[in-house]
Design a protein around this ligand. Structure first.
Ligand code: AHG
Ligand code: MN
Ligand code: MN
Length: 370
């Protein structure tokens, strides 16, 4: 098919057809999601003409102020996804507990985990924002989905992606067969294939981190960022800083251009380091995409996709991007377990290395060396 005529719906269907046992459910699920995203995109594009700016006056479960658009995006996705029969349960950044499928609707075999609106602090300034999603196949056999269906390692995802509401609206997704990007063609309201098999460059020239937080970083991260700023043309330094403050947008640039994105823990209280980004609906789906594009994603020196969540809103420190850049960061992190554990400090917020993968615990360099 001519590339310019490849819609995201057709693409997902063709990807799913490569599995002989496929039922079309995943295609239906992802298709429903694109409808929700088109509606959110429409609201975003209206900007100040609509009623999306400002706060609702509430705080969500992770302590963030809920903005009007957070609420609109949450409701839009929920209403698009609750009745299709593809899902048994959902998890959202905006809900403290499992998001149930109403009793009157059929339950399906998938779990949807999502960040309805990512980059909330940028909404009112017309800066790129996004939606992140992660899909798992349920473990339970029937009825409502369970907590166990949701608390899954990233490596078990069957699909992941994000919508980027930027200067154009895009969807980027993977089902484990590479990463594909589609751009919303406003004249026909379809996402058309524009980025075939995205591959992250092995090394980049940008670093992306909230440098205002430097006083709280661990020592290896401080030393690494100083290293990136040193002038050494032979190794491509100094790197340039790019930081938008919308994870989806910072990730998308890193995916396409290469380089490194870091959100380390805040060690201001060394007894209780605080990571920020959420494992299930921010880090795991983006780590899956980054690996599928040939990049790497690590949590305290461990492969991010191997980390076992222990609750829905676990937070973790993350480093992801070009393989060589992530490997370079790892050298600063050192090989010692205490240093890695200090950088990960997932225990402070629930996430752990999956014991099922204990034998691969310190093998994360293998994904960097391949
Ligand atoms: P959300 O808007 O979904 O709460 O996510 C905010 C996240 C993420 O988008 C971004 O990478 C990060 O917060 C920015 O945090 P800082 O403002 O602390 O840099
Ligand atoms: Mn977010
Ligand atoms: Mn959000």
């Amino acid at each position: 098919m001519e590339r310019s005529m490849m819609t995201v719906q057709r693409h997902i269907l063709e990807q799913e057809r490569t599995y002989p046992q496929a039922s079309g459910d995943l295609t239906g699920l992802l298709w429903d999601l694109t409808i929700a995203a088109k509606r959110i995109s429409h609201q975003v594009n209206r900007g100040g003409l609509g009623d999306i700016f400002g706060e609702t006056g509430e705080e969500n479960v992770t302590g963030d102020l809920v903005r009007r658009l957070d609420r609109i995006a949450q409701d839009t996705i929920y209403r698009a996804m609750d009745h299709g029969g593809h899902l048994c349960v959902m998890v959202s950044e905006e809900s403290p507990d499992l998001v149930r499928i109403p009793a009157k609707y059929p339950k399906g075999k998938y779990v949807l985990i999502y960040d309805p609106l990512d980059g909330s602090s940028n909404i009112d300034a017309n800066v790129s924002i996004g939606t992140v999603f992660s899909v798992h196949r349920r473990i339970s056999t029937a009825g409502d989905g369970t907590m166990e269906d949701c608390l899954r390692r990233g490596s078990e995802q069957v699909a992941a992606g994000y919508f980027l509401y930027g200067s154009s609206t895009m969807v980027v997704y993977t089902t484990g067969q590479g990463v594909f990007g589609f751009t919303l063609e406003p004249s026909v309201g379809e996402f058309m294939l524009t980025h075939e098999r995205i591959v992250t460059p092995p090394k980049g020239k940008y670093y992306s981190i909230n440098e205002g937080n430097v006083s709280g970083w661990d020592e290896p991260t401080k030393r690494y960022v100083e290293y990136l700023k040193e002038k050494d043309p032979a190794t491509g330094r100094p790197y340039s800083l790019r930081y938008i403050g919308s994870l989806v947008a910072d990730f998308h640039r890193t995916l396409l251009y290469g380089g490194i994105f870091l959100y380390p823990s805040d060690h201001s209280n060394p007894q209780k380091p605080k990571p920020k980004l959420r494992l299930l609906y921010e880090v795991a789906p983006l780590a899956y995409i980054m690996e599928q594009a040939g990049g790497a994603a690590l949590i305290g020196g461990e492969r991010a996709l191997d980390i076992q969540p222990t609750s829905l809103h676990d937070r973790v420190p993350i480093v992801m991007g070009s393989k060589q850049d992530v490997a370079q960061y790892e050298k600063f992190l050192g090989e010692s377990k205490p240093v890695r554990a200090a950088a990960r400090d997932g225990k402070t917020d629930g996430a752990t290395k999956d014991s099922k993968n204990a034998s691969t615990r310190f093998n994360s360099t293998s994904i960097l060396e391949t």
